[in-house]
Design a protein around this ligand. Structure first.
Ligand code: SF4
Ligand code: FES
Length: 275
């Protein structure tokens, strides 16, 4: 929504206009993590974000702040984003100490400024975890998650000759569970929320997704062994049942998948030792 001052507006209308626009915009103080590069020291810097439209998204708010920094000849705040609609998982901001902010089931790009109040101070930091090195400011390298997927998060199938979908029947329960797990967008909020920087929810989602489908059975053991071992190699910690991952997950992936991951891993290790 945009409001323009009408030339010749009366004093009374101008007063109403002023109250209206004040309710639609807000003044904020931002405490933002700035870091020049992976080896930079990094520190929190303070910015006044004046007249931010309440209908702006969180990332649009940062866009406005950045435009003003550029106009002043200052370095804009670097942050990751792509789809801006909760699909790609790149918008990795910790807002007031919580990955993706305090609202459940949303990514940073789905957070709107109307959820905050005029005069608020917002602390904006990158996702914190040892395997996620800061690239610059609020951008982190989540390549470790990609390497876990490359280790086993796939099925080997011949492409170009898809068989009829109805020739492999899948129960409703299994297809629903697989679909819920497949909703993971690889954002890494689960890692950032965990005091152990555990990637168990992410790995569990991938293992459970494919493990509930017939197509995932031939490589089931190989997959879980390779992904868990890669996760350990990358330096992620272990799960100690804190459930912070589940609370922070924008796709509301259930921690029940971690129990399934543990069962699959245990059975795969046993079968590996017997062969
Ligand atoms: S499990 Fe949830 S929080 Fe973790 S990477 Fe997937 S979508 Fe993000
Ligand atoms: S920018 Fe794609 S999920 Fe937020």
């Amino acid at each position: 929504m945009s409001i323009r001052m009408v030339p010749g507006m009366s004093a009374a209308n101008a007063a109403v206009f002023s109250i209206f626009t004040q309710r639609l915009s807000m003044n904020l103080t931002l405490k933002v993590w700035r870091q020049s590069g992976p080896d930079g020291q990094g520190a929190i810097e303070t910015y006044d974000a004046q007249n931010i439209p309440a209908e702006a998204s969180f990332l649009e708010m940062l866009d406005i702040v950045n435009e003003r920094l550029v106009m002043k000849g200052e370095e804009p705040i670097h942050f990751d984003h792509d789809c801006r609609e909760g699909i790609c998982g790149t918008c990795s901001l910790t807002i007031n100490g919580i990955p993706h902010g305090k609202d459940h089931g949303v990514t940073t790009c789905q957070v709107h400024m109307r959820k905050f109040s005029n005069g608020d101070t917002l602390w904006i930091e990158p996702f914190r975890a040892n395997p996620f090195k800061v690239i610059r400011d609020l951008m982190v390298d989540r390549g470790a998650l990609d390497r876990i997927i490359a280790a086993g998060g796939y099925v080997d199938v011949r492409t170009g000759s898809a068989i009829d979908a109805n020739s492999i029947l899948i129960s409703k329960d299994d297809s629903d569970t697989a679909f819920d797990a497949a909703a993971c967008i690889g954002c890494g909020a689960c890692v950032a929320a965990c005091k152990n920087a555990s990637a168990m929810l992410f790995v569990a989602a991938k293992v459970s997704h494919l493990g509930h489908l017939p197509q995932g059975q031939p490589e089931r053991d190989k997959r879980v062994l390779a992904m868990v071992r890669r996760m350990d190699t990358e330096g992620f910690g272990n799960c100690t049942n804190q459930y912070e991952c589940e609370a922070a997950c924008p796709k509301e992936i259930s921690a029940d998948h971690i129990a399934r991951l543990n069962r699959d891993y245990t059975m795969a290790v046993l079968r590996e030792q017997l062969t």
